[in-house]
Design a protein. Sequence first.
Lengths: 434, 249
Amino acid sequence: MPDFMQVSLDRAAASAPPWLQDYLRAGRQRWEASSLPTRKTEQWKYTGLQSLQPSYAPARHGAMVLADAGIELPRFGGFRLVFVNGRYAPEYSDQTLPQGVALVRFAAADADQAARIRSYLGDAVGREQPLFTALNDAALEEGVFLEIEAGVRLEQPVHIVWVSGNQAEAFSINQRLLVLCGAAGTASVIEHFVGARSEQQSFTNGVTELLVEAGATLNHYRLHQEEAAAVHIGRVQARLAAQATLNSFHLALGSVLKRVDLVVDHCGQGAHSEVNGIYLPHGNDHVDYHTCIEHRVPNCTSSETFRGIIGDEATAVFNGRIHIHRDAQKTNAQLSNRNLLTSTRAEINTKPELEIYADDVQCSHGATVAQLDEMSLHYLRSRGVSSSQAQVMLSFGFINEVIDTVRCESLREYLQGMLARRFARDPALAASLS
Amino acid sequence: MLKIENLHASVDGTDILKGLSLSVKPGEVHAIMGPNGSGKSTLGHVLAGRPGYTVTAGSVSFLGQDLLALETEERARLGLFLAFQYPVEIPGVSNMEFLKAAVDAGREQRGEKPIDAVTFMKSARETCKVVDLDPAFLKRGVNEGFSGGEKKRNELLQMLLLQPRLGILDETDSGLDIDALQVVARGVNSMRSPERAFVLVTHYQRLLDFIEPDHVHVLAGGRIVRSGDKSLALELEARGYAWLEDAVA
């Protein structure tokens, strides 16, 4: 294993709390015993790691004025927690959490809290121990444990902002979020990744574990808006107990390398997941979503819709795996991935991957790559809309259908406005429509 | 206003229009009738510049310009409007956004600024009432999940907002009940003016009970085989098209 993370790992080991030390060591052993994937590694066939720098310094910790860095944080109502370079930034965070919700920073955990964190940490990831999750374990000094107590219905979202800052050299950020949504609880968590400067070299490894207990409903949103030179290799791993529901939405604007592995594990009967997402790489961006929907037990349902618009010379990868285990009878699993290429040099590699070992299941999948619909273009143009504007409207419409599935209204409006501006449309009208 | 001379057009290599000529003056309403497959809809599509419809001979001038040399959107901005027989569903693009983009395109052509959103919303809602369409449809995707009748009303809504110089209605009456038909007729009649003309493409005489045409033409085999006043429409209603097709053959 190349030592490009050496300095960061040493620092993490030096500053992590004692109760985490063995965890870090185990992670580091796994990391050092492995080698980086190559194009011959099936899971990394279409995503190269050449954007990784030869070495990354640890991220600096210290006060940062977000406004000076041109970062404006939206308000989605509810509670906002901001982390800069992986460290809690109290000056931008709401201090009081609602009843029944606890937020514990690993670095500040007392003995009881530490024990509780240890009992859940790594649970969702399981024994698979993917490489970059091992790296995340090895660099774990500051993580966050968000717990929604059983039966608590949280109406407002918890908005967690992960900011990557500026520094002279390329730097790495390690982030860890552990969410436990207690039995019959309801909550919405928005993870929001933003960066300061488009040319800043950084490497973020963000791992999120979602434990959704019996009968609970968790809405999870993960928005990647980091800037052009930012590398992100991250993972979301969800485990659903009986009758639990996960509603999930992912967004990736492009950057030089964004790779997100998403695993939803239906472990209890009657669990349901809905996972949607959009990716919009352009320029020389590369975005890669690897999703895996695990059905281990009977009577679960899952639906997944990802859409991408790939422009310029950007490339994207979508790998959607559905794994229905032998005992998972009466599973209903749907998967759809549609892509729009707006340039002849843009590229998408999309692959549905079905592994079905149960015989009484309903499973459908589809992956398409297309240009804009000619008749729709003609219809818009027949009303005087220019060809270029019609293309923008149709492109936006293509992803807007997915944004419409976002349940959190304030977030949906934010996304529509942000993407409308991105698609250079009329924001005033977009606002008046919402 | 519109002068079509000896127009030949083909779709997928099949000749559909075979020497069609038609002259429309400002203020006039023309009805084009004819049996299925005679080329009625093709005429509308060719005038609107639909991809795949190839003009092989002839000329079309509209307001003094060579229409066939213009892009689809340029034709629209010049004031040509085709109400589609089968309006296209565009999920994800809100009807309101679509309408405003269309209206703004026309304004841009005239050197005007885009209309402000609030004023536009108000006018769009009012126009909805005129065409008997629930304003909730403004927020829906363009024609998304609209019934046949609702799509036709939406076409009419667009025409009322855009105020074109020439409106071509391609079988707007098909599939409409009598109430909806009257809504369409009221909309068209309210727009009639000495500056504006209409071409009504229809299979049935029924629409012409509500919108009185100045000229009626019968299209058969890709050409106009007979022209007359509104009494021709009544004659067709009584005798069908066969006698004319026989006469052509």
